[in-house]
Design a protein. Sequence first.
Length: 312
Amino acid sequence: MTNADPRFSANPVLIVGSMAFDDLDLPSGRARDVVGGSATYAAIAASLYTAARVVGVVGHDFPDDTIALLESRGVDVSGIERASGKTFRWAGRYAANLASRETLDTQLNVFADFRPKLPEHFRDSKIVLLGNIHPSLQLEVLAQMRGPELVVADTMNFWISGERKTLLEVLAKVDALVVNDEELRQLAEDHNLKRCARAVLKMGPRRLVVKRGDAGAMLFDADGVFFAPAYPLENEMDPTGAGDSFAGAVLGNLARAQRFDHAAFRQALLAGATVASFCVEGVGTTELAKVTAQSLALRVRELMQLLDVNQL
Ligand code: AMP
């Protein structure tokens, strides 16, 4: 990687989130101690488009190789604290059709006492992804920032049900929220997507991105509704981290475009859908980490062809 790499000239995206070991029960079999976490997936995805900075915590058992992989992709890892204790651990079991999953176990470990401290040079980051993590930690990160221009939050059912009040404080401070349809319904306490979107847009964010797995993603804002299809895959292995990869790619793409308007978000959703599709093709980050500029460009073009209505 050289300084001519476009990632270095674009706005760096600040990402806070989990770094984890995941134990996965997949239709293809069991996978144990898979390196994951919302920040890991999001940083790898964002680094396809721009430089990234990660704030997080790992335990003594987290592999140096993964940190080195992030660094080799232009990710500034100086905000990753190595604490004594075990790395955060999550266990989940997927349904045979991969469409749903249940959380079997969540062990906070080093996250239990984590207080994010942003390195001085992280505080002026213009673009922030508050990845899936305890909402009070998301707030602590925001409090240390100096005038970010775009703040996007992700979250999950665990925090919507367990930390709703703090999550609502986060929502009041962000520009956009990224959630899946199930989380949206849980947050808005309704089943109709459009009504749910209207309710969430009243909670603070100006834009809402709803991930719908292999049914694509939607953008809701004052300019209307946009739909991005999912890239149709023949071999789905492991959807873990697809949502985080999606969010990382959306933010990376916006950072690269240096525009945060409705049109830029539409484009970014297509980038998110494409990058997330690579993630699903392998267990953990294996396939995501192999994406090249060429494979990405090809798949974006194929995805755009799905939207081609000029041939009707
Ligand atoms: P996704 O499949 O995109 O929802 O992301 C799954 C990733 O989120 C896994 O790698 C987990 O380690 C991580 N994760 C699961 N539960 C939590 C949680 N409560 N807080 C933070 N990260 C989590």
